[in-house]
Design a binder for this molecule. Structure first.
Ligand code: HH2
Length: 268
């Protein structure tokens, strides 16, 4: 079963929804809307990690996310999108059930608290990661990194682990396309999460300078990912994504999701 993770950025500067959901009331209303549209998880983030973004101090990040997590955790599954152990710990104590870890460092926090963990691949840091990203073998390197971390986390006792190739995080267009093409190979090893919603590689393929205009491309990636065996889609546009994947699944002659998958290889 594919699960939809609705994006809720309580930041002033996120690339697609920055400044729109600041404040607990606006954030909760946005979450309620995404849940009504079919979201299974709400991903709360207080630090933009778009290319060039400056780091946010821990106390400021907590000030942004903690009241929102507290308000939502009794209503739905909440994940916290953070690179900081202290932020992850506070949010888990407040009821978050998943740590969405874009730096791939927080599995011991997940193990200590018995919560799920998403390990995402990023080459470099947000401020500089798009300055000439380079790989000898992007699929092998990203897949190898993710599977090593995921196995380590499982061995440490993390109850649920998802791997995420980190679309747009230290990757050029060819890297992103290659990683998306080879999702079935990754999904054969571990449950996969993909976050491609409204990202700039869509604009590089077919010009749409405003992220709000990248819904068609985002839906194509969502369908492609689901047919490739991805378990969680991290998206801004929940209702449209739910409709797209339901229709794609109805038309597809093989079972999709975590069960059977079409063939493919991540080379990892
Ligand atoms: N992408 C973003 C943030 N968190 N988490 C995972 N697991 N995978 C992703 O691809 C991913 C992520 C960046 O997107 P967004 O949150 O919309 O923007 P910003 O970083 O500007 O807040």
């Amino acid at each position: 079963m594919t699960r939809i993770m609705g994006i809720l950025n309580v930041t002033p500067d996120s690339f697609a929804d920055g400044g729109r959901w600041m404040g607990v009331a606006a954030a909760v209303a946005r979450a309620e809307r995404m849940l009504a549209e079919g979201a299974d998880i709400i991903d709360v983030g207080g630090e933009s990690t778009r290319p060039g973004a400056a780091p946010v101090p821990e106390d400021e990040e907590l000030r942004r996310v903690l009241p929102v997590v507290e308000a939502l955790a009794h209503r739905c599954v909440v994940s916290v999108d953070t690179r900081k152990a202290a932020v992850a710990r506070c949010c888990v104590d407040a009821g978050a059930q998943i740590i969405n870890d874009v730096a791939g460092l927080l599995w011991t926090v997940a193990a200590d608290h018995g919560v799920g963990w998403v390990v995402m691949h990023m080459q470099g840091q947000p401020q500089t990661m798009q300055h000439r990203p380079a790989y000898d073998d992007v699929v092998g390197e990203v897949g190898g990194y993710l599977l090593e971390r995921a196995r380590e986390a499982r061995a440490a006792g993390v109850p649920q682990v998802w791997v995420d190739p980190g679309i747009g995080f230290g990757k050029n267009l060819d890297h992103n396309v290659e990683l998306l093409r080879t999702l079935p190979g990754l999904a054969a090893h571990f449950p996969v999460l993909v976050g491609a919603s409204r990202k700039s590689f869509i604009h590089q393929i077919s010009p749409a300078p405003d992220p709000a205009d990248r819904l068609p491309g985002s839906l194509v990636v969502a369908v492609h990912a689901v047919l490739g065996g991805v378990e969680i889609l991290r998206v801004h546009d929940v209702a449209a994504t739910v409709q797209a994947i339901r229709v794609a699944q109805a038309l597809t002659p093989w079972p999709t999701g975590a069960g059977r998958r079409p063939t493919g290889s991540a080379g990892s």
